[in-house]
Ligand binder design. Structure first.
Ligand SMILES: Nc1ncnc2c1ncn2[C@@H]1O[C@H](COP(=O)(O)OP(=O)(O)O)[C@@H](O)[C@H]1O
Ligand SMILES: [Mg+2]
Length: 295
């Protein structure tokens, strides 16, 4: 039987029009809002934390983050992924998971696992169609719980799938959690690149090392004639940006229908075609990031 719930689970269900929208207990394990900026805290039982970010939506953060966590697991690390995109969670779909998480005896959320990776997402707590209508302090409380009230049970590496932008959530994560670094995802399109620059500046401001850039969806190779099309413009622009900002160009993920199809089937590339060249891009990204953060 499930333990009595005192977490986001109930909270989120009661959220609309309820006096105590998060269903928080009067006392207990859930931290109260603090005055001023909260302290930077390490995520408990997790050795390394890598944030996958982009200031632009739809550039492939969740796809890369999911495959990266799976690649870490394949390399033998105890890996997890935390979906910090509260308004648009993707991890339940990408990992084909939808159960309600259980609570541990000390009221921590127990992650759901698939393919050897532990996962937690607001999507598990709210269900697939519920809109999140939180802002301000309630959003911050939900975020705090995702960041600090999950029983990871010992991880070598946790990947954070951040929402797009450089707003409240990203800043709060960067300021409240000890991060080993961030990885920024971008396409070579000018609109995405200028947002990538904003992302780099945000992490600089909060003293989080930018481990590098991942270029996504730059090249499509025609399966019939092998012609290569640079869908979002030439890939040189991302490399130029890396050179200008002295940031490593970490990986170049091609645009390929299988990457999108496998993702929506809940079996991302690293597990769907483990020996393939596309999976190898994510494997070498994981190896390089592992070296950089000292895994
Ligand atoms: N390399 C790729 N090749 C093909 N489709 C991709 C690739 N990367 C991402 N996609 C697709 O692009 C869309 C946006 O990706 P997603 O990971 O959800 O982006 P974000 O998290 O940045 O919003 C999804 O439909 C995803 O399947
Ligand atoms: Mg996403």
């Amino acid at each position: 039987m499930r333990p009595t719930n005192r977490c986001l689970l109930q909270a989120s269900r009661a959220a609309l029009g309820h006096e105590n929208p998060l269903g928080l207990p009067k006392s207990g394990t859930i931290p109260r809002m603090q005055r001023g900026l909260p302290q930077k805290r390490a995520i408990k039982d997790v050795r390394k934390v890598i944030a996958v970010s982009s200031a632009k939506g739809g550039v492939g953060k969740s796809t890369v983050a999911a495959n990266l966590s799976l690649a870490f697991a394949r390399l033998g690390h105890r890996a997890g992924i935390l979906d910090v995109d509260i308004f648009g969670p993707s991890i339940p779909t990408l990992f084909n998971l939808s159960e309600e998480p259980r609570l541990s005896s000390n009221n921590q959320l127990i992650p759901l696992s698939n393919y050897g990776v532990k996962t937690m997402s607001m999507g598990y707590l709210l269900g697939p169609s519920a809109p999140v209508v939180w802002r301000g302090p309630i959003l911050m409380k939900a975020l705090q719980q995702l960041l600090h009230e999950v029983d990871w049970g010992g991880l070598d590496v946790l990947v954070l799938d951040l929402p797009p932008g450089t707003g409240d959530t990203q800043l709060s994560v960067a300021q409240q959690v000890v991060l080993d670094g961030s990885v920024i995802i971008t396409t070579p399109h000018t609109l995405s690149l200028s947002d990538a620059v904003r992302g780099i500046s945000m992490f600089d401001k909060v003293s989080v090392p930018v481990l590098g850039l991942v270029q996504n969806m730059s090249v499509f190779t025609c399966p019939c004639c092998a012609t290569q099309t640079h869908v979002f413009g030439t890939s040189d622009k991302v490399k130029q940006l890396c050179a200008e900002r002295q940031i490593e160009f970490l990986a170049d993920v091609p645009l390929h229908p299988r990457i999108a199809e496998d993702a929506q089937e809940g079996k991302p590339t690293v597990v769907a075609e483990p020996g393939g060249e596309r999976a190898e891009v994510f494997m070498s990204l994981a190896r390089r990031l592992g070296e950089k953060v000292g895994l």
